[in-house]
Design a protein around this ligand. Sequence first.
Ligand code: SAM
Length: 303
Amino acid sequence: MANHWWEIQILCDLDLEETIFWRLEDFGCRGMASERQKNDGNVCLVKAYLPQEQVKLLDLAALSLWLRQDALLVGLEPPKMQWHLIDEEDWASSWKQYWQPQEVGDRILIYPAWLPVPEKSERLLLRLDPGTAFGTGNHATTQLCLEALEMRLDDLPNSNREDIVIADIGCGSGILSIAAILLGASQVYAVDTDIMAVNATHSNRQLNQISADRIIVGQGSVLTLPQMTQVSFDGIACNILADVIIQLIPQITSVSKPSTWGILSGILIDQAQSVADTLEHYGWTVATLWRRKEWCCFNVRRS
Ligand SMILES: C[S@@+](CC[C@H](N)C(=O)[O-])C[C@H]1O[C@@H](n2cnc3c(N)ncnc32)[C@H](O)[C@@H]1O
């Protein structure tokens, strides 16, 4: 049976675009795009997609109500929202039209797999077909991780970088694993509880012509890592939600060594304190906290 996706279409005042993106992200949408209307530059059409089984009709109606309230609160015309089901194939092609190459940080260019590879690029080309897995590089939480990885790895001399082994917990499309290799890390062990993410990471590794012994992927979570390797991790990247990260901190601690650093993202600013408290309890120091929109990313190290 074909998988179906909700396509949500929202016609709104341009000033509401940012708030609507925020709501849609929070709602769990994967793949969002916005287009200015040709006949009125102050109006845009936002489209967002999510798997059918993820929400019920009632949830969509509630979302529509929130959007209405958000608009009324700031004195703007309420947006017009409609939704319908589309086949997975249509979802993939609708969404692919909108996803464009994107520069992240100083060195990386995320590049959709279906576009022809540019002959020359001053940036590291990270080719990606996320399929249904999370991790296109559009999301603030992923961008924060990519920038943090760049900073961590660029700070090291080349000779040291070649020995760096990283764990990518919740690898999604494999975007962080691939970025780490492009930035010079030696090996990445990537895990995700979702088999679709594991498959996406495998195929994106191949797409980027990275050998299978440099990105090793497994289905599972932190405690799967010691079954995959005896090597200790120099760095850990984990972009999941705060509640999950808090639960995983003891396990993350158990697979790290005294010099391990960590990049933890997917944390809403309101939840930062409870993550920081748990980290401190397990002997981690928050070196820096980076913010983008309502999200933050912790750069941590063992005390
Ligand atoms: C927000 S996505 C991050 C994807 C990618 N790493 C990125 O930065 O864009 C979170 C991923 O974590 C996975 N996940 C959720 N809970 C997990 C857990 N307890 N252990 C491992 N992976 C988990 C999800 O399946 C999802 O693919």
